[in-house]
Each structure stands twice: as C-alpha cells, then as structure tokens.
Design a protein around this ligand. Sequence first.
Ligand code: AMP
Length: 290
Amino acid sequence: MNIIRTVASLKKEVRYFQLDNQSIGFVPTMGFLHEGHVTLARKARKENDVVIMSIFVNPLQFGPNEDFERYPRDEARDTALAEEAGVDILFLPSVEEMYPDEPSVTLTVHKRTNALCGLARVGHFDGVATVVMKLFHLTEADRAYFGKKDAQQLAVIHGLVDSLNVPIEIVDVDTVREPDGLAKSSRNVYLLPEEREKAPAIYKALQLVAESIEAGETNIAHLKQKARRVLEEQTGAEIDYMEILSYPELESLDSVSGTIIAAAAVKYKNARLIDNLILPMKGSAPCFAQ
Ligand code: AMP
C-alpha cells in the first residue's frame, strides 16, 4: 500500500492508473477505521482494479461547537487496517494540503438538508459536498463507496452527482453493526460503559418501526411515538430527533408509502450517535435491505 500525503503525488499516481486503463474505486473516510469502513474497502477491492481510500477530517463540515478537534485519530492503526482491507493508495492529506487558501468557491446543497442532521448541523452538508467533490476530482474514481449508516449524507451525495453530472457511480453499502445491533461508528469509543450497554436500544426503536409497519400500522405519527418511547425509556440518552420521512427526498409523510427512512439521533455525554433503517415497501410491508 502506498501512503500519499500530497495532491501532486496523488494526481501523478491517478494519471498512471488512467493510462493503464485501470478502474478506480474510492472510499472517502474520516479515519479511526472500523468494520464499517473496512466493508466499504473490501467491496471496492472486489469491484475495481485499484482502491483509493482517503482519511481526512474535514474542518468545513464541522460547526464551531462540534467535535473537530476531539474527533478520534489513529494513523498507525488505520494504516494497518486499510492495508489489510486491500487498499492500494491511502491518501492522508493535511488540512493545509486540501485547503491551502480559503476556497474561493464552495458548494451549497439546496435539497435533502432541511431535515434530520441538517437541522442541527447547519452548513454540514455544504462542507461534505465540497470536500467530496474535491476528492472525486482528485481520485478520478469510477466508483465511490458510501455507507447507508449516514443515509442523509448518501442522499446528498446522490443529489450532488445527479445535479452536477459527476461522472462517477455511487455504491450504497449496508450498515455494519455490532452483534447487539449498535451501528459501528468511530464515535462509539466515547461512550461510557453504561451508555454503551444501553445504546443498542437506538436500533431496537428503529426495528420497532419496521415491525409495526409489517403488522399493519401505517400512521407515521403513531410509528414515531412508539419509537420515541423506546428511545426515551431504554437509551438513557437525550433524543435529538426521531423521524420517519420519504427517502431519499427526506420529506414529511402522514402515512407510509414508497421508500421511507426511520432515523434517530441521540446525545450521550461525549458522543452524538445516529442510526437509521431505510425501508423499501413491497406491497404494504417493508422489505429489509440492511
Ligand atoms: P466516516 O469516517 O464516519 O466519515 O465514514 C466514512 C464512510 O464509512 C461513510 O460513507 C460512512 O457512511 C461509512 N460508514 C461509517 N460507519 C459505517 C457502518 N457502521 N456501516 C457501513 N458504513 C459505515
């Protein structure tokens, strides 16, 4: 595995791959890798000649009171995991390398942001879209791999690619979970032991939505109420949101129809966790895709 820290060296490598007609799969991450990231990389490994992974904690997507400084980092461990997952090029740029000057142009996302994390994290998805677009240009990838764990981000990226005719295929990857159902996340390390014990109830609340729909419930308000009760009674966390919306448009619904997302965000002492279930409906019941 080749570790690259500069834009110039990355471009040189990419030019070589292009001349050699090699397909490029790209996995953008913020590091502190876990099985979720590794799953993305393994899938990219299977489907492409070359795999590029980036690790970059992007300051543009963090608000002033968020955890940019505190975000967990461990380059040595990440390097070993990336190599094991079959990554060919690990791109580890510094903030100065990615943003040598204040950018004169950044992207603004107009749809799919006025809900869920977009409400509390103003400007977050503009920062995501801007850095992802830069990385797409730098890697010239044929395919890019994103997790459904960050379903709103995935919806925004699909919107970005469609709106700006970006010549790349976006591959959606199912959420990887701990055996007890908790979605893997770099931020899980910040959970206190008693919080870690209760956190799987986030997924339980989302599963209850799917089960209730399967049992015939179609009223969104009732479904949200049921899920919220589980979050309140079992997670021991402060609820940021518990929503059921259309997916990927993320619009409000009164009753279940089409593909929907049940999504929750909760705050523990040192970590805000998110999780979701995307439920494509077959007939009147959800069919599980993750
Ligand atoms: P992050 O490093 O948190 O920005 O995540 C990088 C990529 O990994 C994003 O596309 C995430 O959606 C994806 N990812 C993070 N956690 C998981 C997970 N538990 N399962 C699948 N993909 C994930």
